[in-house]
Design a protein around this ligand. Structure first.
Ligand code: FES
Length: 329
């Protein structure tokens, strides 16, 4: 039988149980969910752009951006679109099966999409595609409160399928709703052509949108940050990879990791299911403390400095540069 484990050590205190307190349909195919702590305590603090990780029934861990006010320590809110891709099972469960009073295992906020406090005179462009609007909402509130010049271009399939239209309408002509854009690349090109050199561009949505905005921003020398709402990529394996030994410090289990398998797959062979989500080194769910040995980092999350320190690693794609790697599992 497969044993499910949750990363021990520094990350364990980020785990908590939340109770679903409210569910509202806010747009075509979009449900807003509100959670409070099951133990009645205050919610941990978070920064604009942060997301939580929810263990959805037996389906797996999924990431959802927080959409409320970061200063609100009583509740957290997320929005879930009913999707047709591999996220479908989780979104289907939350839309059709979840009910008020249900408890969920949740990992406290992580921020892979940091919002740098805007400086005076800076211009910010927010570009959202569909449900990709969610991490931008708290950034927009923060930008507006700081008094900088900002604008949002919000693309969607239809107006009815685009949530938060009322909330965003208060900002008047700073917000441009673009349902069913025939040629979004032309729209983005002309939008960013007007951006001054010091402008920052924040984008969230599907990969095609992110790629398009990244390409235009790079050509124009603009600072660009993004968060993907659909992952694509590999598991980090390379042809010249070599085997190594993984030692799980908490259980004293030693697991040989072959040259053509990931740490997650090797653990699975030994009946251990580690906590993962994207399995591509981009979400941070599997971050695990390194106790001894030299990790071979292959994720897109840790900074160069963090990688050099080697204190933690993403075990879904990371390997070992030493013969043995001891991790906090
Ligand atoms: S599971 Fe997402 S980084 Fe490893």
């Amino acid at each position: 039988m497969t044993k499910r484990i949750y990363t021990a050590g520094v990350y364990a205190e980020r785990d908590m149980m939340l109770t679903l307190r409210r569910r509202d349909r806010i747009a075509e195919g979009v449900l807003q969910l509100e959670f409070v702590r099951s133990d009645g305590g205050p919610m941990p603090p978070w920064e604009p752009g942060a997301h939580i990780e929810i263990d959805v029934a037996d389906i797996g861990i999924r990431h959802y951006s927080l959409i409320g006010d970061p200063k609100d320590r009583e509740k957290w809110q997320i929005a879930v679109r009913l999707t047709g891709d591999d996220e479908a099972q989780a979104s289907l469960y939350l839309h059709r099966e979840s009910g008020i009073g249900d408890e969920f295992h949740v990992i406290a906020p992580r921020n892979n999409f940091n919002f740098a406090s805007p400086t005076e005179g800076q211009r910010l462009h927010f570009i959202a595609g569909g449900i990709g609007i969610t991490p931008l909402l708290s950034m927009i509130d923060s930008a507006d409160a700081s008094g900088v010049d900002w604008s949002l271009t919000y693309l969607g399939r239809t107006l009815e399928s685009m949530p938060f239209r009322e909330r965003l309408a208060q900002f008047g002509d700073r917000v441009q709703f673009v349902p069913s854009a025939a040629r979004p690349e032309e729209l983005l090109e002309s939008l960013l052509a007007q951006a001054p050199a010091e402008a920052r561009v924040y984008t969230c949505g599907p990969e095609t949108l992110i790629d398009e905005v990244a390409d235009i921003s790079t050509r124009r020398g603009l600072t660009h940050r993004s968060e993907l709402f659909a992952y694509s990529g590999g598991n980090g394996l390379r042809e010249d990879d070599t085997p190594f030994e993984l030692v799980c410090a908490s259980s004293s289990l030693t697991v040989p990791v072959g040259e053509s398998e990931t740490i997650i797959e090797a653990l699975g062979r030994h009946g251990i299911r580690a906590r993962t989500s994207c399995q591509m080194g981009v979400c941070g769910t599997c971050e695990t403390r390194v106790v001894d040995g030299v990790p071979d980092h292959r994720d897109s999350l840790l900074s160069e400095e963090e990688k050099k320190r080697g204190e933690s690693m993403m075990i879904c794609v990371g390997r070992a540069l030493s013969d043995t790697l001891v991790v906090d599992l």
